[in-house]
Design a protein around this ligand. Structure first.
Ligand SMILES: [Zn+2]
Length: 587
């Protein structure tokens, strides 16, 4: 995970450091991604393709001993910096990527040779930084049973690590939480999922160059664009095994030093189909996994694409139009701001190790990466990716608005005749899910009292009860006033009244965190916009960047475990308070 300065660098570097000559070292991998193959060549002796079987096997076979062994091995390479040694077989990124590729090879051998390992190679001029110009992501593809089903699914993590200096290829940079955890997760899922038969092909990928500017992910996304490869969804895992909160952490962050959270995972994504992918993951967990797992997890759909001022491998995919999201643990050991002299946390330092030897016998006995938590997150990834890879084709819909209802008509050339309709207000989660069988039309009554905004999306459902990816959302009832009351006036009248409407935060009262939404009706020229939270005496508590895109905007306010009471939030544009509201923090 990267800090703001490198994020800025990555935008700047689009010109300086763009990737060229992008290719797969095994030409077969490209043909499989394009759907040019005979599925019989990769057919399993025993076909396991039923969702019930797949989810139970993933849940039962995912193994904390495997995860621990991968992390131990990864730590032996000492430094996995993009600029580290590529020749040695024991030290540096070259040894690490060859080892991950050899693991893909091994898993393939255990599964009738069906998993195809390859490297995604690209050129990028880093001669000035570290005298290197050719790089490789370590990947493997499991060919789908239906080459006509276009769209690959990608489970990925960055395997590169860093310490204080982002170009240092010699320091001790074990990078266990960031991001040995994600690297191990991808390997373990490749091991287990290679035995299954999916409709769509699945790519397992360990990227490089994330810490310097998301180079490896950008190269793969660019490759897909160049070659016309469709991507159905990208699940990025970055900092996914830690459960201990550091002294610092990027907002929205954990409550404070040494706070433990081993049951929550955060799903970060931009809006549109990216957020819908996050919601797909959460729904699969709630409906398919919750009943069979031993420790229930809470999946939190975050409002933002990433932590404040930070980024990850899902972003280049989203930028190139491929739905992508990121899993990150709830508690992070630091904000990675290693330039701060008071920074004492582990992220991006030599301290990001597997754990500590507390009794001095030379063996790590206290792990910074919680293997059980990591395993739970791996199961969530595996089941989501699996259901994406076996599910039906997505559908779209049109909506017709009436005074007190909305008529949804499903557009489905495949005639699945089984659909789900998802509605939500200004919360990230769905309010209501309707089921529609043997019909393509449903009328939804306008929700009064409580529900202020209303977004609608749809999915098809196959004979096994598996949903497709969710469609784009459409606004159903935007005619509400600034008090959140539904009114019947035409939209134009509201626009004239106020170009910006600030809504009541939800939930309210709240504990720890709440979502503040506001609707912008027309483009507003401005140089800065903030959501400012103050106490009742006007003392500023927090100031959060407020996006100003036309449509619904969201800001997540994390109060943490601070003073209980009433607070005021104000949308401030260019120093002028546009609108304020009160909210109540109740612990
Ligand atoms: Zn990272």
């Amino acid at each position: 995970m990267r800090i703001l300065s490198t994020l800025v660098l990555s935008f700047f570097s689009t010109f300086l450091f763009s990737q060229t000559n992008i290719l797969t070292t095994n030409p077969l991998a490209k043909e499989i991604m394009l759907g040019n193959y005979n599925p019989a060549d990769y057919a399993a002796g025993i076909v396991i393709d039923q969702p019930e079987d797949i989810k139970n096997i993933i849940n039962n076979e995912l193994n904390t001993d495997s995860l621990t062994s991968y992390l131990f091995k990864l730590s032996t390479f000492e430094n996995r910096n993009t600029c580290s040694d590529t020749v040695s077989n024991t030290f540096g990124i070259g040894a690490a990527r060859r080892w991950t590729n050899s693991m893909f090879e091994k898993f393939s051998g255990q599964n009738e040779g069906r998993l195809i390992p390859f490297y995604l190679q690209f050129d990028q001029n880093l001669n000035a930084q570290c005298s290197m110009n050719r790089f490789r992501n370590s990947c493997a593809i499991l060919p789908g049973s239906d080459p006509e089903s276009s769209g690959i699914i990608i489970i990925e993590a960055h395997m590169d690590s860093r310490c204080e200096n982002v170009w240092d290829g010699n320091c001790e940079a074990h990078g266990m939480e960031d991001n040995g955890s994600g690297t191990a997760l991808v390997l373990e899922l490749a091991r287990i999922m290679s035995q299954f038969t999916y409709k769509h092909s699945i790519v397992f990928m360990e990227t490089i160059g994330e810490e310097q500017g998301l180079y490896g992910a950008n190269a793969f996304a660019q490759y897909c664009l160049n070659e016309g490869i469709e991507v159905k969804g990208v699940l990025n895992n970055d900092v996914i095994g830690g459960i201990v909160c550091g002294e610092t952490s990027s907002a929205p962050s954990c409550p404070g030093l040494n706070h433990i959270d081993s049951t929550q995972v955060r799903l970060f994504s931009s809006g549109g189909l990216n957020k819908q992918l996050s919601r797909f993951n959460k729904l699969q967990y709630q409906e398919e996994l919750l009943d069979i797992v031993s420790v229930p997890m809470m999946l939190t759909i975050m409002s933002s694409e990433d932590r404040q001022g930070r980024g990850g491998d899902h972003i280049p995919f989203r930028q190139k139009g491929f739905p992508a999201m990121r899993f990150t643990c709830a508690n992070e050991h630091g904000n990675a701001n290693v330039s701060d002299p008071d920074y004492h946390d582990r992220q991006h330092t030599t301290g990001d190790k597997l754990g500590a030897d507390t009794n001095g016998d030379g063996v790590v006995d206290s792990f910074f990466v919680d293997m059980n938590y990591l395993a739970r997150n791996a199961v969530i990834n595996g089941v989501s990716a699996s259901f994406l890879a076996i599910g039906p084709d997505p559908v779209d819909f049109s909506g017709e608005k009436f005074a007190d209802s909305l008529r949804i008509t499903i557009d489905d050339p495949n005639d699945y005749n089984h659909y789900r309709i998802f509605t939500r207000t200004n919360m990230q989660d769905f309010d209501t899910i309707y089921t529609l069988v043997n019909s393509k039309e449903i009328t939804i009554k306008r929700v009064t009292g409580g529900a202020v905004l209303f977004q609608v999306s749809v999915a098809s459902v196959d004979e096994n009860g598996i949903e497709s990816c969710f469609s784009k959302e459409q606004f159903a009832f935007p005619t509400i006033n600034s008090d959140g009351e539904i009114i019947e006036a035409p939209e134009e009248e509201i626009k004239r009244k106020s170009p910006i409407e600030l809504f009541q935060n939800r939930p309210n009262p709240f504990d720890e965190a709440t979502m503040i939404n506001y609707l912008i009706h027309e483009k507003i020229d401005h140089s800065e916009a903030w959501m400012v939270v103050t106490d009742m005496n006007g003392r500023e508590i927090q100031r959060l960047p407020a996006p100003m895109k036309v449509g619904l905007n969201e800001v997540l306010y994390t109060h943490g475990y601070n003073t209980v009471g009433t607070f005021i939030y104000s949308l401030v544009v260019d120093g002028k308070v546009i609108h304020s509201r009160q909210m109540v923090f109740a612990n």
